[in-house]
Design a protein around this ligand. Structure first.
Ligand SMILES: [Zn+2]
Length: 342
């Protein structure tokens, strides 16, 4: 249960699982606790509250037992109460201990509070006050609190660093997404096709083989010349093409698909963005249409390339602006509806 001094604890000792400091292993000859540095660290990190057992149950020894009120002490004349964080109760030994003296004391003549059997002189609680005021206890207490503070401070530093990393990551993806969305929006509003003949970022670089990668990827490439955000992202995607051969072909495809999705360059992501933008535009149009008093609906159908009948839905409405005293007739195309086959 007790490891080498160098090693951190690998097996969780009973002291921790049972919240009971009396389960420490004590040297049979001198009655002092034998603890690895790892276990000491662990106990300090858990905090004395974990081992205090302030709510009992307090088992009697010689018909008397620990009193809950001893975990608190009154300060001077003002009557203010403070907790004795150093005092812990061990149900297994039915006795009380001083946690900081157990961990830090170097003295040979220990008091009962740091000895194997623990403190059981329930008739003489003033001994607790005497221990508390002893020079050795004060030194151990200071050492203990200092170490607790250090652990807490280190934890703070790690958390802060992690937090910064998360924030930087978030900002990076926001920047990339913003640029991609603007590219898609531009192409969509100009009625330009997004996709090309061969969509691979690796062929983008190959001057000898001028493949049309499509307006979207071409646009991204162009942007990367001037924009460091897109440039870094593009370099990362090129260096991690997702072709690792650890997986079966089906898993590999899945992996490649995932890689493509996280690049936000894949056609499915482009389509999703276009769909989201279209929904927003449509809702904005519908809002102004609903406001107008006069409107008419225009439907017209025509077959597409695959000979499916498509019906266009156009709303013509009168927009009246009372403030500017202007009247405009507007026509909004809301979308195509696929006609059911006869
Ligand atoms: Zn002490």
């Amino acid at each position: 249960m007790v490891d080498d001094v160098e090693n951190p604890i690998t097996v969780i000792p009973e002291v921790i699982t049972h919240h009971d400091i009396g389960l420490l292993i004590f040297d049979k000859n001198i009655g002092e606790p034998v603890m690895s540095d790892g276990l000491k660290t662990e106990i300090i990190k858990m905090g004395s509250k974990y081992f205090q057992n302030t709510e009992g149950p307090f088992l009697p020894t010689n018909n008397r037992c620990m009193n809950k009120s001893w975990f608190k002490k009154k300060l001077g004349n003002c009557g203010e109460e403070v907790t004795r964080s150093w005092l812990v109760y061990s149900p297994s030994k039915k006795s009380a201990f001083c946690i900081c003296c157990l961990i830090f004391s170097q003295l040979n003549n220990q008091t009962a509070l740091e000895h194997e059997d623990g403190f059981t002189q329930w008739k003489a609680p003033e001994r607790l006050t005497a221990h508390e005021n002893a020079k050795n206890h004060r030194q151990c207490f200071t050492q203990w609190k200092e170490m607790e503070r250090n652990f807490a401070a280190n934890k703070g530093i790690i958390d802060a660093e992690l937090q910064t990393q998360i924030e930087t990551g978030k900002q990076k993806w926001r920047n990339v997404l913003k640029r991609i969305i603007h590219c898609i929006k531009f192409l969509a509003t100009q009625n330009l096709a997004l996709r090309g003949h061969r969509e691979s970022l690796s062929t983008c670089d190959d001057e000898s083989e001028p493949n049309n990668v499509g307006n979207f990827l071409g646009f991204i490439k162009l942007l990367a010349i001037f924009d460091p955000n897109i440039n870094t992202h593009l370099t990362h995607i090129k260096n991690h093409p997702g072709t690792t051969s650890y997986f079966s072909p089906s898993v590999q495809n899945e992996f490649i698909h995932l890689m493509a999705t996280t690049s936000y360059f894949s056609p499915s992501v482009q389509n999703e963005f276009i769909h989201l933008m279209a929904t927003t535009v449509r809702q904005s149009l519908l809002r102004s249409i609903r406001k107008s008093k006069y409107y008419d609906l225009m439907f017209d159908s025509t077959p597409d390339q695959a000979h499916h009948e498509q019906m266009s839905e156009v709303v013509r409405y009168v927009e009246v602006d009372f403030e500017r005293k202007s009247v405009r007739v507007r026509e909004s195309f809301l979308g195509f509806k696929r006609m059911l086959e006869a």
